[in-house]
Write a protein that binds this ligand. Structure first.
Ligand code: HEM
Length: 80
């Protein structure tokens, strides 16, 4: 995965969905579907909080540049 530059357009389908492994999706399905744009949009604030804290995924925090890609997507209005 290559990190996006700060102002590069970020889309859910191309840049965000591929960050979530099958294991992430199945672990979190009782709360929301990480492979669904609408679910990730609805829960984006809680998801970002966990990613920043490093408490999710449960088996290892994301590197900071990957968290920044997620934040950039939120700031761009969470496009599909
Ligand atoms: C990038 C991947 C993941 C993201 C973004 C994520 C996000 C979150 C968020 C936002 C919550 C809080 C949910 C809420 O309180 O409504 C949560 C809870 C939780 N997650 Fe994840 N998660 C990820 C991967 C995983 C993985 C791999 C596991 C491994 C088992 C896991 C296990 C849990 C558990 C056990 C909770 C607590 C559920 C509860 O309180 O009922 N998550 N996660």
């Amino acid at each position: 995965m290559s990190a996006s530059a700060p102002n590069e357009p970020v889309s859910y389908e191309a840049d965000i969905k591929p960050l979530f492994r099958e294991r992430d999706r199945s672990s979190m399905l009782s709360h929301f579907d990480l492979w669904s744009h609408d679910d990730v949009s609805d829960h984006a604030t809680a998801i970002l909080a966990q990613l920043e804290r490093g408490s999710m995924p449960c088996d290892g925090a994301w590197p900071a540049d990957r968290v920044e890609v997620f934040r950039g997507w939120m700031e761009q209005g969470r496009p599909v």
